[in-house]
Design a protein around this ligand. Sequence first.
Ligand SMILES: CC(C)(COP(=O)(O)OP(=O)(O)OC[C@H]1O[C@@H](n2cnc3c(N)ncnc32)[C@H](O)[C@@H]1OP(=O)(O)O)[C@@H](O)C(=O)NCCC(=O)NCCS
Length: 180
Amino acid sequence: MEDKGSIILKGKRITLRPLKQGDEVAMYKNWVTSDQVTKYLTWTPHTTIKKTIWLLNMWIEEYQDLSTYRYGIVLDNDEVIGMIDVVRRDDENKKVEIGYCLGEAFWNQGIMSEALDLMIKHLFDCGYELIESCHHVDNPASGKVMKKCKMIYQGVVKGEHFNNQGQPVDVDVYAIRREL
Ligand SMILES: CC(C)(COP(=O)(O)OP(=O)(O)OC[C@H]1O[C@@H](n2cnc3c(N)ncnc32)[C@H](O)[C@@H]1OP(=O)(O)O)[C@@H](O)C(=O)NCCC(=O)NCCS
């Protein structure tokens, strides 16, 4: 692998950039407190900005490791409106799993599809061979994003993932392999 870390990636409308001190305000405003955004995720909404600051500081530390791929999604005004990151890595098989979330004010404008496309290209560029992502079976909008980015449906995995109430859930899995 030739890990390049979370270098800035520019798309047509969005930029993916590392999260930085001060982003907690927009994170808190745009997505981390939202019941809608977290409905099918593994974590519950933040109830104090202290939690957001704690998480952000930990993530900023992690950028020292070049195998950290975690991006804030920004429009022209540089305000973070969501994020996309590698949530699991399997170096032996050159495989990664991607997760993402976006403030609901920005849904259905093609933003996450653009972000996922940029992320996939970057990870292939860094030498990864297989990229996976999965979503709760009741969250088809996320599957649509994966399909739009040419990921291929692999099947359903039953009960191995957990929702933010700690209950097991079924997920649809998608993957894309680097073309040789
Ligand atoms: C899922 C999520 C990332 C999608 O982001 P987005 O920027 O709105 O995605 P896009 O606009 O690129 O694409 C969404 C597609 O899903 C479609 N869609 C929206 N709601 C849908 C639904 N209930 N059923 C099926 N398709 C749906 C949209 O029409 C769009 O397709 P189109 O471009 O062909 O019209 C965003 O809704 C989100 O952050 N949700 C909360 C967190 C989350 O669920 N993360 C994923 C965890 S696996």
